[in-house]
Design a protein around this ligand. Structure first.
Ligand SMILES: [Zn+2]
Length: 562
């Protein structure tokens, strides 16, 4: 991390100077925790006069944090922490701002998102159609001539309220007249402007016979809307980019996510992902410039084959990395075995037997399974298999994880708890419409899981089906509100539980509970200074919280003054 440390230290003076101007608040009176473990060491940095939500086991609060090297030296009252300062200690006055542990996302398609971030517009939380089109136009003007502008999911028309008609080709042409524009809504459908249709060679004579539709207007011309597999007619023409552009794109994604408060992500592969997608991460890590902690799973996207025999061989030949703290591969999923991803879900007896062989191999070789499951019928079949494995080799220490958890029954929750499993819950159903929810679309049973005593973490499943912003996830499970402000989630949880789920619980899921997830002496100094107080901001404004400063391993990696 040498080159990066140098860079950050030179930036730090600027940041500290700016912070004094930025945080002119009065000290707040909170109960301080005793500063444990200070020992003889002298802190490199002290952050004082804040409201530090440590998210330790007691959800205790403190006023100040002392950092030595990459780790927290002590947390406690301002007086106790300031007493530790030496002549070289840099002190930052937080002006009464709230500090939370760095947010951890337990399930993101991160490498895929970062790859196209540079030409990608995020519409997360944008509640007006005009504002969305303006953001797209603005990005187009900032990109080199001819470069595509794309929106790859994470939003839906329902967030525009009553103005929820599909985009027209004329509307997209008016927003971006001079270059290809492609706007995708989830995995469902996409919308192309005339330049994108032209670049893809699509005209009135184009026919599409696959699963989906190339929508035409009354005159038989393409309307710009592409449903289902017809999206490929356009997306296959997205030009590739140089390694330098991909690296810059990756760093832009990291910076934007630090601004949301994220310091750690768990990447779980995804459709279309190849080993090449991880090259920018690897290059950043090798250059000491990877400021996001990235854990990523082993899966079929890493070139190991997808038959049961090939998977068992791969799990037996490799060892999960349970000690790396910056860029480490561990865990098996979220696609653990292709037949388990069939839609609609059905599986033969032979395939279930194969799945059991894979689960045994994972258990015997110390791999954490991270299984995608949206419906209880699949969860029950998965639990049958896991209980059979557990009868032979206990799963208690492996923290096997069920991802998404939509539609899980109380009986399945109880069975998963008995196996010591972890629930990786996600926010993708935040984009469901009230009608879809009323029609039976499932959401994760957050409160049932929480009140069952289950170990659950909160994540996004971003970026195609959800926003990567952790405060969008937290705001949703606390308030129950969709981006358009409609109440669609009944199983809400207290804000303390939601923050714990997005920090300390996810550290457990990642096997890094001794290093990450809370602001405590001895742990890595990953924390976020927020623009407003997490504990007192109204529930419907939690989604709008932003980082003013993000610290990873004691280094200021992002600041609102950048
Ligand atoms: Zn999934």
């Amino acid at each position: 991390m040498k080159s990066h440390r140098k860079l950050s230290l030179s930036c730090l003076a600027v940041v500290v100077a700016a912070l004094y101007g930025l945080f002119p608040g009065a000290a707040i009176d909170v109960a301080a925790q005793p500063a444990d473990g200070a020992g003889e060491a002298v802190p490199d940095r002290i952050f004082t006069n804040g409201r530090v939500l440590t998210v330790d086991a007691d959800f205790s609060e403190a006023e100040a944090i002392a950092v030595a090297g990459e780790r927290v030296l002590a947390v406690g009252s301002a007086a106790d922490i300031l007493a530790l300062a030496g002549p070289g200690t840099i002190t930052t006055d937080l002006g009464g701002r709230t500090v939370v542990p760095g947010l951890i996302d337990n399930h993101m398609h991160f490498a895929r998102a970062a790859r196209d971030w540079y030409r990608h517009v995020r519409l997360d939380g944008v509640t007006s159609r005009g504002a969305a089109l303006a953001l797209i136009a603005e990005r187009a003007r900032a990109l080199p001539e001819g470069e595509w502008v794309i929106v790859l999911g994470g939003w839906n028309f329902a967030q525009f309220g009553a103005d929820d008609a599909p985009f027209t080709r004329a509307e997209l042409d008016a927003s971006v007249p001079d270059r290809p524009l492609y706007v995708q809504e989830g995995y469902r459908r996409g919308f192309a402007n005339s330049a994108a249709l032209g670049a893809a060679g699509i005209d009135a004579g184009t026919r599409f016979d696959g699963r989906g539709a190339l929508v035409t207007d009354d005159a038989g011309n393409p309307s710009g809307e592409l449903v289902g597999a017809a999206m490929n007619l356009v997306t296959q023409h997205l030009p590739d980019a140089s390694a330098g552009v991909r690296d810059a794109s990756f760093q832009a994604a990291v910076a934007d996510m630090h601004g949301m408060g994220l310091t750690t992500v768990y990447d779980v592969g995804g459709n279309g992902v190849t080993p090449e997608f991880y090259a920018p991460l690897r290059r950043a890590h090798e250059a000491g410039e990877l400021t996001m902690r990235v854990f990523y799973s082993l899966n079929g996207q890493h070139g190991i084959g997808s038959s049961a025999d090939e998977i068992v061989a791969a799990l037996s030949a490799r060892t999960p990395d349970l000690t790396g703290l910056r860029f480490a591969q561990f865990g098996w999923g979220e696609t653990t075995y292709p037949p388990m991803r069939a839609q609609p879900w059905r599986i033969s007896a032979q395939e279930l037997a194969n799945y059991e062989a894979i689960a045994f191999a994972a258990a015997e070789n110390g791999w954490q399974m991270h299984e995608h499951a949206l419906r209880d019928v699949k969860v029950r079949a998965m639990l049958d298999v896991f209980e059979a494995v557990d009868a032979v080799r206990s799963l208690a220490d492996l923290r096997w994880t069920i991802a998404h958890t939509n539609g899980m029954s109380q009986e399945s929750i109880d069975r998963a708890n008995a196996l010591g499993m972890v629930f990786a819950t996600h926010s993708s159903s935040r984009l469901a419409t009230p009608e879809a929810i009323a029609g039976g679309a499932t959401t994760p049973p957050f409160r049932s899981i929480h009140e069952s005593g289950g170990i659950w973490g909160l994540g996004s499943d971003a970026t195609t089906v959800a926003s990567p912003n952790p405060f969008h996830n937290i705001g949703w499970v606390v308030s129950g509100l969709s981006p358009a402000g409609e109440r669609i989630l009944s199983e809400t949880v207290p804000r303390e539980a939601a923050l714990t789920a997005h920090t300390r619980r996810n550290a457990w899921l990642l096997f890094r509970e001794n290093d990450l997830g809370s602001v405590e002496a001895g742990k890595l100094a990953d924390f976020v200074v927020l623009d407003r107080d997490y504990m007192s901001v109204p529930e419907d404004e939690i989604k709008d919280l932003r980082a003013l400063m993000t610290v990873v391993g004691g280094e200021v990696v992002w600041s609102a003054t950048n």
